[in-house]
Design a protein around this ligand. Structure first.
Ligand SMILES: NC(=O)c1ccc[n+]([C@@H]2O[C@H](COP(=O)([O-])OP(=O)(O)OC[C@H]3O[C@@H](n4cnc5c(N)ncnc54)[C@H](OP(=O)(O)O)[C@@H]3O)[C@@H](O)[C@H]2O)c1
Length: 335
């Protein structure tokens, strides 16, 4: 049987040990849809799995990690897919409880598979991945809550991250004025290049601790950080503003109710895990191939070869990552 390359996490003596291995098809988890993986990505969740942070990966047996993949169906026992279909899988249990994206092949349940719109290449799909879907869902929900470009600026926290970068670019492309809030002063040119019209440094933004900031001018915000950031964003949003929460860099927060009660601010929770139903996923992927298609993929995505995977993981813990890290799993993958 043909052998192929895979990156697996073993738990040895309570510690994660990652290594590249040669596996056969019957050594990866079974599933009716067999996909030849073209591209994957690295997210914080992948870095956690590789380094044993938060125990988000199975420990009873080795797991091929990688929570995002794009590729081509080579075989399907499910009538919804056929050989040659271009598809993406993001999240569910991929790369944590079920063998994932960091291998030449993945075998997955049909319920996890999204057909890609013709307007997205396999490479485009992984510039987006979980981060793009999160940004798209947040924008979609803000719009459904009534947000329009003429309402005023939209702030994005964790601006240089995967979700932040894609949200900035998507919002700017559909006519919104975007304020990027970032802890990286050296990335100001990057943030302007992808669509931010104003940049506020994280420490400056956090300095004012008033329950409601006077002269608040933000129409909305997307919080990719959480914790006290959420409190500060809500304090800076004007009456009838909206705040979408996606990030959980910090989980706990101490907040005042005043922005909600006195300014009628709305909070929207964003979750792209398995709770996001397939019709909604497909609709958002179609939007990502149309009006929300990123225009700065070459700037937002850093592409790394498969063999650089392990050594790139740690950049997610020291916050040095900018944009998306796309992994070229199959050497000849077309962009
Ligand atoms: N809700 C969902 O369904 C969903 C889906 C995917 C991801 N997420 C979560 O959304 C968040 C963003 O994801 P991502 O993929 O964009 O992550 P990422 O690429 O690691 O970016 C996170 C960004 O947050 C900022 N940041 C990091 N540590 C910070 C700290 N200690 N204090 C303040 N800011 C900090 C940094 O941006 P700056 O340096 O520019 O400030 C960093 O680039 C993560 O918490 C992730 O777990 C949620």
């Amino acid at each position: 049987m043909e052998k192929f390359k895979a990156f697996r996490v073993h738990t040895i003596g309570d510690k994660p040990v990652c290594r590249f291995e040669q596996l056969t098809m019957d050594e990866i988890d079974d599933g009716p849809v067999v996909i030849k993986v073209a591209y994957s990505a690295i997210t914080y969740k992948d870095a956690m799995a590789a380094r044993g942070v938060g125990r988000n990966v199975r420990t009873d047996r080795p797991c091929v990690t990688g929570v995002d993949l794009s590729g081509t169906v080579v075989q399907s026992a499910d009538a919804r897919f056929k050989a040659g279909d271009r598809v993406a899988v993001t999240n569910y249990q991929l790369g944590t409880m079920h063998d994932g994206a960091y291998a030449d092949y993945a075998r997955v349940p049909a319920e996890w598979v999204v057909p890609l719109p013709d307007t997205l290449s396999l490479f485009d799909a992984m510039v987006l991945g979980t981060s793009g879907l999160t940004a798209a869902l947040a924008i979609d929900r803000l719009q459904k809550a009534g947000l329009k470009p003429e309402d005023g600026p939209v702030a994005i926290s964790g601006a240089t991250g995967g979700v932040g970068s894609l949200a900035i670019n998507m919002l700017a492309n559909i006519g919104y004025e975007v304020v990027a809030i970032s802890g990286k002063p050296e990335q100001s040119d990057y943030l302007k290049n992808i669509g931010a019209s104003k940049i506020i440094l994280r420490d400056d933004f956090m300095r004012d601790s008033a329950p409601m900031v006077s002269g608040a001018y933000l129409a909305a915000a997307l919080d990719n950080v959480g914790g006290q950031f959420l409190d500060r964003l809500c304090a800076n949003v004007k009456p009838y503003g909206k705040v979408a929460i996606a990030g959980m860099v910090h989980v706990d927060t101490h907040m005042t109710v005043l922005p909600f009660v006195l300014r009628s601010v709305d909070i929207l929770g964003i979750n792209v895990s398995r709770q996001l139903q397939m019709p909604e996923r497909k609709r958002l992927w179609n939007r990502m191939g149309a009006d929300l298609k990123p225009t700065k993929s070459d700037v937002i995505a850093k592409v790394i070869p498969f063999e650089d995977l392990d050594r790139t993981m740690d950049s997610f813990f020291n916050i040095s990552t900018v944009g998306r890290v796309v992994v070229e799993v199959t050497e000849q993958a077309q962009r």
